[in-house]
Design a protein around this ligand. Structure first.
Ligand code: GLA
Length: 374
């Protein structure tokens, strides 16, 4: 009898251990969301090289897609006309492969973080249209070609449209004209026909921009270009955007036959007294009243923040037939760019993991909601 009780107890303990282990394994974002959409995160070289082990652990545990936060932008990867620096990008791709992740290259054509040489000749004058097209082609085919069959999707063009729907008057537009977008997609497709190709932008909830992006994608489609996905960056605030506006963009973009992705999600918990934007050149002066929580969020603000995040994820789950990926712009609050933009030196709380690398309540809320929707 005693032996039977002993054996039974062992069985119960083993069963408990198995249940709790598999429970622990299930309680991750990537496992809960696996039939819904990819869950991604922007990573930096400290994480892929193993220096920032706390972040790397979370990346591997919770995420099944990565995007290069900076190392694939044209400035860092192509600093001189005849010089490419692939060190960090190579490591980024290896990290994704080692962990069986969906790898996103970001970004081929963007006006910001571009190398100075790209647009000018030796005298500092703008290069000709033909020359800039040639340089664009060389840049895209070299970078995309190097990772052919390894990078799954590319943000081909970033931020070509202004909030009011007009073309951004960047150097590509000024020198080449509207066609630079089509050419960029063609060059990327030629370099790796198997890679998915995306258009990516911020403030996609603003009517002017939403409509202009729809028009741009339709024009590209008429020209025979396949745009696999539209990236909605998602650098958001507590009071911007309205969920209904974001929902409209998801529906309108999906109606074009493209996948929709949230590509750079972070939600500032701090006051936002200016018109919402994600324009990187925008800056505001530091004032203590705009940095109200240097020592942590008060309970009521933290609760509102979690609810706000959950509202976004509820929307993504509702439209998981259209949303193919949600990518966070960073792992933990400790390293988010939002601590320094649009005001330097604030203490912000925009991500899913706090400064001690602990998941915020919203992580579990999302996991539970995803399970319920199975
Ligand atoms: C834009 C870019 C990102 C990043 C953010 C700011 O959204 O697409 O790569 O630079 O600005 O960090």
């Amino acid at each position: 009898m005693r032996k039977a009780i002993f054996q039974l107890s062992i069985l119960v303990i083993v069963a408990f251990l198995i249940a709790s282990c598999s429970g622990a394994e299930e309680a991750t974002l990537k496992s809960a969301l696996k039939d819904k959409f990819l869950i991604g995160v922007a990573v930096n070289p400290f994480q892929t090289s193993g220096e920032d082990t706390a972040s790397a652990k979370i990346i591997v545990q919770h995420f099944n897609s990565i995007v290069a936060e900076n190392c694939m932008k044209s400035g860092p990867i192509h600093p001189e006309k005849d010089v490419f620096d692939f060190e960090n990008a190579d490591r980024f791709v290896e990290f994704g492969e080692e962990n069986d992740m969906f790898i996103i290259g970001h970004t081929l054509i963007w006006h910001s973080q571009a190398p100075r040489w790209l647009f000018v000749d030796d005298e500092g004058n703008d290069v000709s249209r033909e020359e800039l097209i040639e340089r664009m082609k060389n840049h895209i085919s070299t970078v995309v070609g190097r990772y052919k069959g390894r990078v799954d999707g590319w943000d081909v063009v970033n931020e070509a449209i202004e909030d009011d729907g007009s073309w951004r008057k960047n150097k590509f537009y000024e020198i080449i004209g509207e066609d630079y977008v089509r050419l960029a997609f063609e060059f990327a497709h030629d370099a790796d026909p198997g890679a998915e190709l995306y258009y990516n932008d911020y403030n996609m909830v603003k009517e002017g921009k939403r409509e202009a992006v729809v028009k741009l994608i339709k024009t590209l489609q008429e020209q025979g270009i396949t745009v696999d996905g539209i990236g909605i960056q998602g650098h958001y605030y507590m009071d911007y955007p309205k969920i209904e506006d974001l929902e409209k963009s998801i529906i309108d973009f999906a109606a074009l036959g493209c996948s929709v992705m949230m590509t750079e999600l972070d939600v500032s918990a701090l006051p936002n007294p200016w018109e919402a934007t994600a324009e990187v050149s925008f800056g505001a002066d530091y004032e203590a009243k705009l940095n109200p929580y240097p020592d942590g969020l008060p309970e009521d603000v933290a609760a509102a923040f979690n609810e706000r995040y959950f509202d976004f994820f509820r929307l993504f789950l509702k439209h998981s037939d259209k949303v193919s990926r949600v990518t966070m712009w960073g792992v933990s609050d400790a390293w988010s760019w939002r601590n320094n933009w649009p005001i330097r030196g604030r203490t912000d709380y925009p991500l899913l993991f706090d400064r001690d690398f602990q998941p915020k309540p919203v992580v579990n809320m999302v996991i539970e909601a995803a399970k319920e929707k199975q």
